[in-house]
Write a protein that binds this ligand. Structure first.
Ligand code: SF4
Length: 102
């Protein structure tokens, strides 16, 4: 019997459902991450500050919210950063690794 092109197997359906659950769980986990402490060694090494306006060396208008390494939702006050796994940075923050979004 020929399979209809739009039919999916139970295995494919289960795989898709598990993927959706994993993405949802990961997003929920990201929102629960603790805020990065600017006093930590890694944060200090990159001159991370929670308010870009107080950063010496920051290009005017640059902040975590418009950095290519920022993974927070648009409009959120905080979000994960690829440089600080397991932590959140402030959207208004900044560090010396700031890179413009493409
Ligand atoms: Fe903020 Fe970008 Fe530095 Fe991460 S790499 S702390 S998002 S400026």
């Amino acid at each position: 019997m020929r399979e209809h092109p739009l039919q999916i197997s139970r295995r494919q359906l289960l795989g898709s459902a598990l993927t959706c659950i994993a993405i949802g769980t990961s997003a929920a986990r990201a929102e629960q991450l603790p805020l990065l402490d600017p006093a930590t060694t890694q944060a200090r090494a990159l001159k991370y500050v929670e308010d870009a306006r107080k950063a010496s060396g920051a290009t005017r208008g640059s902040s975590c919210a418009n950095c290519s390494l920022y993974q927070g939702k648009s409009g959120a006050a905080t979000g994960p950063c690829q440089l600080f796994p397991g932590k959140q940075v402030t959207a208004a923050g900044w560090c010396t690794s700031w890179a413009p979004q493409m």
